[in-house]
Design a binder for this molecule. Sequence first.
Ligand SMILES: Cc1cc2nc3c(=O)[nH]c(=O)nc-3n(C[C@H](O)[C@H](O)[C@H](O)COP(=O)(O)O)c2cc1C
Length: 164
Amino acid sequence: MKTIILFYSRSRKTALVAKILAKEVNGDTQEIIDLNDRQGPLNYLKASMDAFRENKTLINPATVDLTNYDLIYLGSPTWAGKPAPAIITLIDHCNFIGKDVILFATMGGSGGQKVIERMKEKIEPRGGRMIKSFLVKTGGKKMEELVEDVKEIVRDEDLPIYGI
Ligand SMILES: Cc1cc2nc3c(=O)[nH]c(=O)nc-3n(C[C@H](O)[C@H](O)[C@H](O)COP(=O)(O)O)c2cc1C
């Protein structure tokens, strides 16, 4: 089974989760870049508003060809209790027909479950089947703690068996 991990990351935490996952489950990774500048305090407000309203954004790559993959991990940070606009946009540009999907959300403190639910709601009509999901709390954690947390999730959730 071929696995790919798709993710968006503004401040590199979801990117770190994706990197560890890639190693642990032997998957490829594809980062989705938001072409709108999301850095800085002013952009933070706009980012929250865009996420809350589910405004689309410009992303690179604009789509990902999933034909050669059986299992897709899709990860987003939590923004105002919603997936990041880059992920909302990506989902609408991808064909998930016949794909197993594992969803994950990182969050400072709370709201990640709503992110998972929203991604699931959007992926199912596009043919994907969510087989699992998990949350990673990143608030106040050092890099090393985050790495350990993700490795523990991989073990507890038996993630490597899904890619076999
Ligand atoms: C615009 C914005 C909105 C956010 N909203 C939430 C939120 O509603 N709940 C929460 O727990 N964390 C929130 N966060 C924190 C991020 O979800 C958290 O730090 C995440 O792990 C960052 O991932 P990244 O480093 O991959 O961008 C928000 C961060 C940003 C930039």
